[in-house]
Design a protein around this ligand. Structure first.
Ligand SMILES: Cc1cc2nc3c(=O)[nH]c(=O)nc-3n(C[C@H](O)[C@H](O)[C@H](O)COP(=O)(O)OP(=O)(O)OC[C@H]3O[C@@H](n4cnc5c(N)ncnc54)[C@H](O)[C@@H]3O)c2cc1C
Length: 551
């Protein structure tokens, strides 16, 4: 939405296509916590300090030009969002900012009581609504980008309403289809995050970078069922209140793995994930394979003050924190890798851009909390501005023949019409379990190789033979088939990259290579050559000395 607004402001006529309702799908509406930007309202801060913190977290692998953009332009976007109507929480006349792990300053802005993502999405929806140059199209899944001679000229989609393939003529295309956490059985994501942007980029001839770096959040909500609330909401309360982390026998356990947090939660995210998974493996997990997070030792008044109206929302979900613990565990949460772009957000394919979580590189091997929404704002604005400039200058003529070729090819795909019992959704579920079990927070070469073999088998033998109904209206099977096709492509990219990185760094932890290895202080780039994914290594992009102080 930010990209669309920026493109329209720079004179472009924009079509904003979403596979669900525009502005209501994806991660942004679910993200309830904070947005990081060095606006220095709470204490002195500067974008260069934010940059240093982000680079430190990225363990040597950030594309520092992108990171610098994120940190330098973040403040502008926060104030712009405020002008457009986002009510950032305020205190004594200034925007209130909190700290979060890894940030050396209080720089995380929020909208009160877990409302950040819904509030920013609402602001952007309103803004998009006001701009007549933006046409919104919902319920269309983009399934291919149209290219010719290394240039993007449009896209092709599947209309959920009538199962027809529709084409879009465009002088520039922006991929803003979010992350990939739906690849994992345990994820904090919404239904639409199957990593389709990455597959679309590969099929269009663009490159991906750092696909092995999937961020796992240690204490995502597992049970009881939580409706309409952020599954990663527990973190700030855990810090504030000292929530206890207990195994299935109600014992504190993080000390068994080198932690020191009795009552006062101090374990880092990777240690917390590791200890929870190892306890579960040893048969001491909570019933859903995680751990208990317990606040029962905290007086109710204190809980009410800290949780505010959230405590009543929890009660409506049947969760009374004064009487019961909740079950939590690691889950896939964010993707640091993604489409390789330059600082104009352009891929190696002319006229093809990426924005938001779809972009790889700004966070290197690990992301600081709060940086992802900033990334969606900053990279969205940048991509929209660049794409509008490209569209204005574009001289190549639209050729209907090109689209016809893509449509014919898509129609010729052997989409499963068998009457068997395996649906695309069932195969998606198998893929999710496979990814969780074999390529989750702690990986080994053997598990990764097994995952790759199974993914290739699904691509080769099963994708074409799943059962898809012939319904023409609202045929979810068909939409899920295309989603599965993209999920398998993206899963292959993650697994291949994880196999090749024989070290542990940031979010990529290999039990067979538990240490970081300076020989791997490089980024991994993937591209499709024919049907094969081909990898190359590249030195990380560092800022030239002095560049950090230009702003
Ligand atoms: C539960 C949760 C909590 C989070 N909390 C925070 C937080 O507190 N702070 C923070 O900084 N970050 C947080 N994040 C991460 C952050 O929300 C995301 O990185 C960011 O919002 C991504 O924005 P985006 O615009 O790139 O993608 P999204 O908001 O995911 O939007 C992608 C859109 O693309 C659509 N789409 C997908 N595939 C297709 C296709 N093939 N064709 C057409 N449309 C398609 C989707 O329907 C969706 O509308 C959180 C994430 C989650 C899941």
């Amino acid at each position: 939405m930010y990209a669309a607004i920026a493109a329209a402001r720079h004179g472009a006529s924009v079509i904003l296509v979403d596979k669900s309702l525009v502005g209501r799908g994806g991660a942004t509406v679910m993200a309830q916590m904070t947005v990081a930007a060095a606006i220095g309202q709470q204490e002195p801060d500067d974008w260069t300090i934010h940059l240093a913190d982000t680079i430190r977290a990225g363990r040597g692998l950030c594309n520092e030009e992108l990171t610098a953009l994120l940190c330098q332009e973040g403040p502008k976007r926060i104030f712009e969002m405020e002008q457009w109507g986002t009510r950032w929480a305020r205190e004594n006349g200034h925007i209130k900012q909190e700290t979060a792990p890894g940030h050396s300053r209080r720089r995380c802005c929020y909208v009160d009581f877990l409302n950040t993502g819904p509030a920013v999405a609402a602001t952007l929806r309103r803004k998009v609504d006001e701009i007549s140059e933006i046409r919104r199209i919902s319920n269309v899944t983009i399934i291919e980008v149209v290219t010719q001679d290394g240039r993007a000229l449009g896209a092709v989609g599947l209309n959920l309403m009538d199962s027809e393939i529709v084409s879009f003529q465009a002088k520039a295309v922006i991929l803003a289809a979010g992350g990939l956490t739906k690849l994992y059985a345990r994820n904090s994501a919404s239904a639409n995050m199957g990593g389709e942007a990455y597959a679309l980029a590969l099929w269009a001839g663009a490159e991906l970078v750092d696909m092995e770096f999937v961020q796992f959040f240690p204490i995502g909500h597992l049970a009881p069922r939580l409706v309409g609330m952020d599954p990663i909401m527990w973190d700030p309360f855990r810090y504030k209140l000292g929530g206890k982390l207990l195994n299935g026998r109600f014992e504190e356990f993080v000390d068994r793995y080198g932690g020191t947090d009795f009552g006062q939660y101090t374990a880092t995210r990777d240690l917390a994930s590791y200890s929870i998974l190892k306890e579960a493996e040893a048969g001491r997990g909570s019933p859903h394979g995680g751990a208990y997070l317990d606040f029962r030792h905290i007086p109710e008044v204190q809980l009410r003050t800290a949780f505010g109206p959230v405590i009543d929302r929890l009660l409506r979900n049947g969760i009374d924190l004064t009487k019961m613990p909740v079950e939590v565990g690691p889950m896939a949460h964010y993707h640091m890798g993604g489409v390789r772009v330059n600082t104009d957000m352009e891929t190696t394919i002319r006229g093809l851009y990426a924005a938001g979580e779809a972009v790889g590189g700004a966070s290197g091997a690990n992301r600081l909390s709060g940086n992802a929404i900033t990334e969606a704002f900053v990279f969205g604005e940048r991509a929209g501005t660049s794409a509008a400039g490209e569209a204005k200058a574009m001289k190549v003529k639209w050729q209907p023949r090109l689209v016809e070729l893509v449509v014919q090819r898509l129609k010729a795909l052997r989409i499963g019409r068998s009457k068997g019992s395996v649906t695309p959704a069932a195969l998606q579920a198998e893929l999710q379990n496979l990814m969780w079990e074999k390529t989750g927070p702690f990986r080994t070469g053997a598990k990764l190789a097994a995952a790759l073999a199974r993914i290739q088998q699904m691509q080769r033998d099963e994708l074409q033979n799943v059962s898809v109904t012939e319904e023409t209206s609202y045929n979810l099977d068909l939409q899920e088939w295309f989603e599965l096709r993209a999920m398998l492509m993206t899963a292959e990219a993650v697994v291949r990259s994880a196999l090749a990185r024989k070290e542990s760094r940031g979010a990529h932890q290999r039990e067979d290579f538990p240490e970081a290895d300076s020989n791997f202080l490089k980024n991994q780039v993937l591209a499709l050559k024919g049907d094969d994914l081909v990898a190359r290594w590249m030195p990380p992009v560092h800022l030239k000395s002095g560049e950090q102080n230009n702003g």
